[in-house]
Design a protein around this ligand. Sequence first.
Ligand SMILES: [Zn+2]
Length: 219
Amino acid sequence: MAGSGPRASPRAGPGRTTVTEHAEGMLGWRLWRLRDGQLCSWAVTYEWKQGSNSATCLSPNTARCTHSPGRHCQCGFWALNSPLDCLARGRYDGIGWSPVMGLMRGWGTVALHGREGFRAQHASVVCLFSDWPFIPRAMRLGGKGWVRWWRILSLLLQGEAGPVPDQRERLGRLPETARAYGVPLVSIADSMRLGLLQELSVGTPALDEIRAWLKVAAE
Ligand SMILES: [Zn+2]
């Protein structure tokens, strides 16, 4: 479980949503679309601000939630508990943006989605990772402990991710983006080496996933 989550209900299983108040904040992994130095939400049209962001319901349904995150909705700022789950969702269609993975802190009303992650009323960017978000082929193809992950991730992947594009513009943009949001920009390897993830208390399961990803990604 990423983040502190002291009020996370132990009864919350996969697919079950539990709505709770979380004053001190939960940490979670997410992807942004980097567009002209701006961090944009992955699935909806929203430009993140530096510091605190407050959710409003952007549901296409006419009856939008009066308070976000709504219990029977998908609104709020999404974060995932598993960095591998997050990396597996990295996608790129080459149209004016590039993917960036990072950590966010979410607080206020929080809708917990079992072991998957959570949706928060308020959120801020905590740090950004310079790595291209992808799952190495060896990890996709399973074997040993990865069989379980492959089965889970293959459901999400819906096919092979495309080749990694030229990174120059993206890597050129990221430092100024991180500065504008007032957050650190690190490689995933450095975040481990420098103890940043440990300091942020991302939790042992996430650290284990990151170690495994680094090992396979380096091969
Ligand atoms: Zn909603």
